[in-house]
Design a protein around this ligand. Sequence first.
Ligand SMILES: *Cc1c(COP(=O)(O)O)cnc(C)c1O
Length: 223
Amino acid sequence: MIKENLLNIKQSIPKNVTLVAVSKTKPVSDLQEAYNAGQRIFGENKIQEMVEKYDVLPKDIQWHMIGHLQSNKVKYMAHFVDLIHGVDKFSTLKEINKQAKKHNRVINCLLQAKIAKEDTKFGLSFSEIEHILDSSEIKALENIKIVGFMGMATFTENQNQLEDEFSSLKNFFNQQKLKTANASFKLETLSMGMSGDYQLAIENGGTMIRVGSSIFGSRNYPL
Ligand SMILES: *Cc1c(COP(=O)(O)O)cnc(C)c1O
């Protein structure tokens, strides 16, 4: 099933959209099955779980951390994580930079924007993001690279609301892309869209989707 699900999704999205297979809570055997079907990018939301899977799976997998970050745990993944989606504090960027430096690496990061109307979701306001991108401090962080933004829409069936939330982030993204054209970093990734809303996210400018249950089946609890 995993293979078929992956192929179906890949067929239904444009080639320039990156599919992150969200494998949180799923056993290593499921990830191996997806790997055997050609998937190389996996997303996890808990650092310890990601480290355990990294240790036993093939080393050409790109690991994305999609969950909310605790700064004190960044060190456990700094030697291998490929992209961190959920950065919502400047202090976290500094910690990622510090840990990446120890391994002589540059870690790609997305700033998480708050687009949902719910107050349970983490994220920065657009003006807070702008402030970070404009700051001179950011230039001193040579071991991180901000490559774009991540957003999570409200958990709703309301298509108009989802479209509003996605397109507002896309507009902000395009505006910041222009504004930072000469910066040391390059905004190129807009991570938005999950199993229930990825088509809409892509129609509204998403370049990277994070899909879990539509590939691996439903999880026992909504993490
Ligand atoms: C779990 C999770 C996903 C995937 O959710 P599905 O609905 O199973 O596709 C995407 N993004 C984040 C941040 C998640 O935590």
